[in-house]
Design a protein around this ligand. Structure first.
Ligand code: TGC
Ligand code: FAD
Length: 388
């Protein structure tokens, strides 16, 4: 079977450790994810039992220091893990993204020593499942206007409000929740399953990310112990710093989905005959295949470079926005083109393309929409914010 996923020999600039990590995640995805994932999507059911296996694999908290149960790997390794997971399904990568970049990262960066010791090791093994609450029913692209708030009361805080579209809401043990204090400053709180007044209704009937659980986080006078406030951050830059890390991982991840679509289309086009010839022999099919591989390869080059910058702590939020936007858009276009190459077969669960395509319709919206990322690039170029 022909598989092209490294046209410019980027493997030459990876270390042996990078390649070994990628191969072990790839083997796990082939063994545990591929055989069950179409059924999970068809049945709209998240395969939660895989989360502990991801912990054993090192896919949760890959760049978190070993002393907190993480694996101390670099940013390229994190990206390669995301790429292989999303080759399996976006829902699997989403869980690893949220756990690593949106839950473990803020606890590591902004948490107290006690919080790090309490939560990080259990999040790394998958014993705890995490969620990240920023988006609200009335505030998606403009989280700065959030309405969820907390006030001080004796030895605790009282939290009120609601978050919506939250990955793993209904199965989470801990949620990092962003809310405004009495002075209107955005702060992070760790809310645990079982706190009175904290409910997590599931969102049903999605046509995208059907193997991922999505829901709400609802806070009705929830008493949050004062020790659960993240002490070392104040302001919207807290959640935005988490998003920089998650958006970076997404820009790698979607290439996994994109290459899976491309390789499926390539293989099918070599085997499928019409007019007594393989459809791969027609110029219009070759145009599709050549353009898909060119765009995916350009995306790989971009994210490898941003990964190098990130390893040196030099990647800017705007550079990450550019590559998130570009690579998600590329993967989605590749999925749509690949679907056409397969004709009617492309709409079935026999092949992964339609599933990836539907998933990528979420990815182009979450973690900042396609247009918001364009406006972030526009702001970086001109110095003028066009989104307000
Ligand atoms: P603005 O006035 O520009 O900034 C407010 C403060 O935040 C700082 N900041 C950043 N800091 C670090 N990294 C970034 N990327 C930052 N962006 C902004 C900024 O410097 C400022 O700091 P300070 O100290 O001066 O106060 O904020 P704004 O209200 O104008 O909004 C800007 C905008 C639109 C770019 C931003 O809010 C945005 O990116 N909106 C999109 C929202 C979003 O991405 N939501 C994602 C929710 S989580 C999710 O989708 C998870 S999906 C998970 C999965 O399943 O994989
Ligand atoms: P809106 O902000 O209402 O935008 C609607 C449209 O208006 C978009 O096209 C947008 O680009 C456009 N628009 C908005 N403002 C402007 C402007 N100034 N200029 C030009 N156009 C503009 N959030 C979390 O906090 N945690 C999660 O775990 C999480 N998981 C998610 C999982 C899934 C499956 C999905 C679909 C979403 C998830 N989200 C999560 C929410 C996601 O981050 C938001 O959906 C996203 O930020 C966009 O917000 P919105 O849907 O409210 O769209």
């Amino acid at each position: 079977m022909i598989q092209i996923s490294d046209y410019l020999n980027l493997d030459d600039i990876l270390s042996d450790e990078h390649k070994m990590i990628r191969e072990s995640v790839k083997d796990w995805v082939d063994r545990e994810v591929i055989p069950i994932i179409d059924d999970a999507n068809q049945k709209h059911k998240s395969p939660d039992y895989l989360i502990k296996q991801m912990g054993e694999l090192g896919a949760l908290g890959s760049f978190i220091p070993e002393k907190y149960g993480g694996f101390g790997l670099d940013q390229i390794a994190y990206g390669l893990i995301m790429q292989e997971l999303e080759r399996g399904d976006t829902s699997i990568r989403s869980t690893a993204s949220v756990q690593t970049s949106l839950v473990m990262y803020p606890i590591l960066e902004f948490g107290s020593e006690k919080q790090k010791e309490k939560y990080l090791p259990k999040l790394a093994t998958g014993e705890f499942i995490g969620a990240f609450g920023l988006t609200e029913p009335n505030h998606g692209s403009d989280p700065g206007n959030m309405e969820t708030k907390f006030s001080e009361k004796d030895d605790h805080y009282l939290l009120n409000g609601a978050k919506m579209w939250i990955t793993n809401a209904s199965i989470c043990d801990v949620a990092v929740v962003w809310a405004k204090d009495e002075q209107g400053k955005v702060k992070g709180l760790i809310v645990e399953k079982g706190f009175k007044g904290f409910t997590t209704p599931e969102t049903h009937k999605k046509w995208s990310l059907r193997a991922s659980s999505t829901g709400e986080l609802v806070f009705d006078n929830v008493k949050v112990p004062k020790e659960n406030l993240l002490p070392n951050i104040s302001g919207l830059k807290g959640p935005m710093m988490c998003l920089n890390s998650a958006r970076y991982g997404i820009a790698w991840g979607v290439l996994g989905a994109g290459f899976d679509c491309f390789n499926t289309a390539l293989q099918y086009s070599l085997e499928r005959k019409q007019f007594r010839k393989p459809i791969a022999s027609f110029q219009l099919t070759q145009k599709k295949l050549a353009e898909m591989l060119t765009e995916l390869t350009a995306g790989q080059l971009m994210i490898h470079r941003v990964g190098q910058l990130k390893n040196e702590d030099k990647a800017t939020p705007a550079q990450i926005s550019m590559v998130k936007r570009n690579n998600v858009n590329t993967a989605l276009k590749v999925a749509r083109e690949s679907r056409q190459v397969l004709g009617a077969m492309g709409i079935t669960g026999e092949y992964p393309i339609m599933r990836h395509m539907m998933n990528l319709e979420s990815v182009i919206t979450y973690e900042g929409t396609h247009d918001i990322h364009l406006l972030i690039t526009g702001l970086d170029i001109t110095g003028i914010a066009a989104f307000k």
